[in-house]
Design a protein around this ligand. Structure first.
Ligand code: PBG
Length: 333
């Protein structure tokens, strides 16, 4: 190794700020805290039910009683926010169970708010795809996914979740005009304090595969390209966000996260409400599989991924890694 050499004349040496960990921490431009993370959960009807999900290692479908136990543990570890998805017992063309006030998700919302009150932020997905027999996010007429009739039922579903006590209803369907309709429906019934997390820029993505297995919500024909966004588009995301803001969104989301960091960054520039990013099932599964094969250090990779999403401009992140990060102390200061 060469140890003596001419000293370069460099007044600016970026490495001076990277010399040791305390100094790097001092000048770090962004950070991830557990309080920024929302854990996703799949809710089953019935009691005492716990099902592994092969596509999402470590994540399980849970009945309400089991969910309450799991969330209690997470809360002790510092995860203070959850997003709920239903896995109903039956599906039909009318998505009948989407508006069942005794469905697994309204029951879960009520149980969690009863048990944990305002220690926990409860968010619930609003979409028809887990409840329709064809698996589309809206009603189907012929080959068309119809917009306005779907919006009406989505607003009913949102109201039922608000009545159960949800802090945020989260429409992920991508029908036009649903944010405004949901806001009206909630306000008319006095739920002026129930928030709307709008899945504003939700792309038709190949990264949702594991979720669709978990929720049994894969479309039985066609795909979601006539309602979810085309991944070739960037500017269009701003139009979607703008509309949702005008219609009353309290939080706007970009989804997926990792292949859409440019979009997150653009949205963060224009949004005057907090920006959410969804680190989706396929992104989670890739890390899990790489770690299982010994190709990745799961903790380091997850922190880098979540960190990049924060750095791009997201304020909060929905991720299946929140519980594990909390339990294993990945985000300790
Ligand atoms: C329902 C919905 C989906 C996801 C969240 N809500 C699936 C889809 O649009 O097919 C995906 C989440 C994930 O992949 O983690 N519309």
């Amino acid at each position: 190794m060469k140890t003596t050499t001419d000293i370069l004349s460099l007044p600016r040496r970026p490495r001076r700020l990277r010399r040791f960990a305390a100094l790097r921490d001092l000048v770090a431009e962004s950070e991830i805290r557990l309080s920024h993370l929302v854990q996703g959960h799949f809710v089953l009807p019935g009691v005492g039910r716990v099902e592994d999900i092969s596509s999402l290692p470590g994540i399980r479908r849970l009945s309400v009683d089991e969910l309450v136990k799991t969330v209690a543990k997470d809360l002790e570890n510092g995860v203070k926010s959850v997003m709920l998805f239903g896995v109903p017992s039956q599906k039909d063309a009318d998505a009948t169970l989407a508006t069942d006030p005794h469905g697994e998700v309204p029951l879960a919302v009520a149980a969690l708010k009863k048990e944990f009150g305002d220690d926990l932020v409860v968010m619930a997905d609003v979409c028809l795809c887990p409840y329709t027999d064809h698996g589309h996010c809206g009603f189907v007429e012929g080959k068309e996914i119809v917009n306005d009739a779907s919006v009406d039922t989505l607003a009913d579903m949102a109201l039922i979740l608000a009545q159960a006590g949800a802090d945020f209803v989260c429409p992920s369907d991508m029908m036009d005009g649903r944010i405004g309709q949901i806001r009206n429906r909630l306000d008319e019934s006095g739920f002026t304090q129930t928030g709307i997390l709008a899945y504003s820029a939700k792309y038709a993505s190949s990264f949702y595969g594991p979720f669709r297995e978990a929720a049994g919500s894969a479309p039985s024909f066609g795909d979601r390209s006539s309602y979810q966004m085309d991944w070739r588009n960037r500017r269009e995301a701003l139009r979607e966000v703008q509309l949702d803001l005008e219609e009353g969104a309290d939080l706007v989301m970009v989804k997926p996260a990792l292949s859409y960091l440019d979009v997150i960054s653009d949205v963060a520039e224009i949004s005057d409400v907090p920006v959410v990013a969804y680190n989706v099932s396929g992104e989670f599964a890739m890390v899990k599989l790489a770690a299982r094969e010994g190709l990745a250090d799961e903790e380091a990779m997850t922190k880098e991924i979540l960190g990049s999403i924060r750095r791009a401009g997201a304020d909060l992140i929905v991720t299946y890694h929140a519980s594990q990060a909390a339990q294993e102390g990945w985000l300790k200061p």
